[in-house]
Design a protein around this ligand. Structure first.
Ligand code: AMP
Length: 424
């Protein structure tokens, strides 16, 4: 199938060609015809499947075909994303795909001044990409008019719920015009997602590209068993020996991310950390430096890494396994994107055995594990519970201390997940 078979506007086809895309990805091939028909849609697709173009292209097509009746531009499409990074990247995609069309788009998120956003909104935009908090700030201040929204997109809905945005989402939905097209994207389906879909979507077309909770098949996944306190040295050696140039490394905590990034810099590997304590501009700069390859290693926490979109990112390393198994799927979704092979490596110490089991159960696959000569785990070390926050980071960052995973300490309820994620 080619993009021309999807009956997209010539100017969109031109932008697609400029991007070098030759054929639609499965989610695009399935979703675009439904969206063009005006149907609501529930799409199960994780990052890396081409889902952003999957909704952006038909949305641009619809808006450019149906003329805006008003003389002043009004927001006709609203795209909600959970994080600032994802908002910026979706905004970038809207600009890229819509570059030959006379439509205006804007991105608004928190952590930056509100006044330039007010000026932009006043001048009029057709497509708005926003995070929920800042969008509602504008609603509260009366600086936004959502009364003309025709298409509403909820991107990474599962992550929105994980981050505790459900009330904000409901508030936004209540403000929108009753008649509109709704598109909802989610990498995983929980009962909460199904409930939200039932209230938001009318007779939705359902599209599912990656099987539920399965990890991308293009990603080569493996595990190295190693003691916690030797992980930093091992990873430094792997990066140097294998001459890895672009490595995204995940830690569980902000402190752990900082420590590891400092360690790499000390041993001569350029690195930067991104997490929730860094300012928006520092996060953007780190991401930019990483994309330009002026830093080799980007160390990130789960929340900060959401929406990181780098073409063909070759290596993702779980320096520490996530305590929520679904986060593993999100993490490794950063590599093996859109047809490129990627490698996801997890460094696992004795304390993380339960996390590993949870992940293997979720992805329904046993991960190959190996031991590296010189870094053999010390079998006399007994597992201890993993502490959240600073304790856990210190331990894994190289300060010894071994705390095992306790089954009871693994968050199961939504509120637990919410609190846990918010630390990042
Ligand atoms: P997404 O899942 O939206 O985060 O997209 C993942 C990556 O795939 C992005 O870097 C896109 O630029 C790229 N991409 C999207 N559609 C295509 C396509 N049809 N062919 C090749 N690459 C694509």
């Amino acid at each position: 199938m080619t993009f021309s078979d999807l009956n997209l506007n010539e100017l969109l086809l031109k932008a697609i060609k400029d991007q070098g895309y030759t054929s639609p990805t499965p989610v695009q091939a399935q979703a675009i015809p439904f969206i063009l028909e005006g149907r609501d849609m529930l799409a199960g697709a994780q990052t890396g499947t081409g889902k952003t173009a999957g909704f952006t292209l038909p949305l641009l097509h619809i808006l450019s075909h149906k003329k805006n009746a008003k003389t002043h531009r009004k927001i006709r499409a609203l795209i909600l994303t959970p994080t600032r990074e994802l908002a910026a990247q979706v905004g970038e995609s809207v600009k890229i795909y819509g570059k030959h069309l006379p439509l205006k788009s804007a991105v608004i998120f928190g952590g930056v001044g509100i006044n330039p956003q007010i000026t932009t909104l006043k001048a009029g935009v057709d497509i708005l990409v926003a995070t929920p908090g800042r969008l509602l700030d504008h609603v509260g201040q009366g600086t936004i008019d959502l009364s003309s929204v025709e298409i509403f997109v909820l991107d990474e809905a599962d992550r929105m719920l994980d981050m505790g945005f459900i009330r904000d989402i409901r508030r936004v939905i209540n403000i929108l015009p009753k008649v509109r097209q709704n598109l909802m994207f989610s990498a995983t389906y929980s009962d909460d997602i199904k409930t939200l879909a039932n209230t938001l979507l009318r007779n939705p077309a359902e599209v599912e590209v990656a099987r539920r909770n399965t990890s991308s098949e293009l990603v080569k996944q493996s595990v190295i068993l190693v003691d916690c306190k030797r992980k930093s040295a091992l990873l430094g050696e792997l990066i140097n020996k294998n001459k890895w140039e672009q490595v995204l490394v995940f830690t569980r905590t902000k402190h752990g991310a900082n420590k590891l990034s400092e360690y790499f810099q000390k041993i001569g590997i350029t690195a930067a950390a991104i997490h929730g304590n860094k300012s928006q501009s520092a996060r953007m700069k780190a991401l930019d430096d990483f994309k330009k390859s002026s830093v080799r290693v980007l160390v990130a926490t789960d929340i900060a890494a959401r929406g990181i979109d780098i073409d063909a990112l070759p290596h993702v390393v779980n320096f520490e396994l996530p305590n929520i198994a679904e986060d593993y799927v999100h993490r490794i979704g950063r590599t093996g994107r859109a047809g490129c092979e990627g490698e996801a490596l997890s460094l696992v110490c004795v304390d993380e055995a339960e996390y590993l089991k949870g992940i293997e159960k979720l992805i329904n696959k046993k991960l190959d594990s190996r031991i590296i000569e010189g870094y053999e785990p010390d079998l006399s070390i007994k597992p201890e519970p993993i502490q959240r926050g600073r304790g856990g980071a210190n331990r894994s960052g190289g300060n010894g201390g071994n705390k095992p995973v306790q089954k009871s300490s693994r968050p199961r309820s939504e509120s637990h997940r919410k609190n846990n994620n918010r630390q990042h």
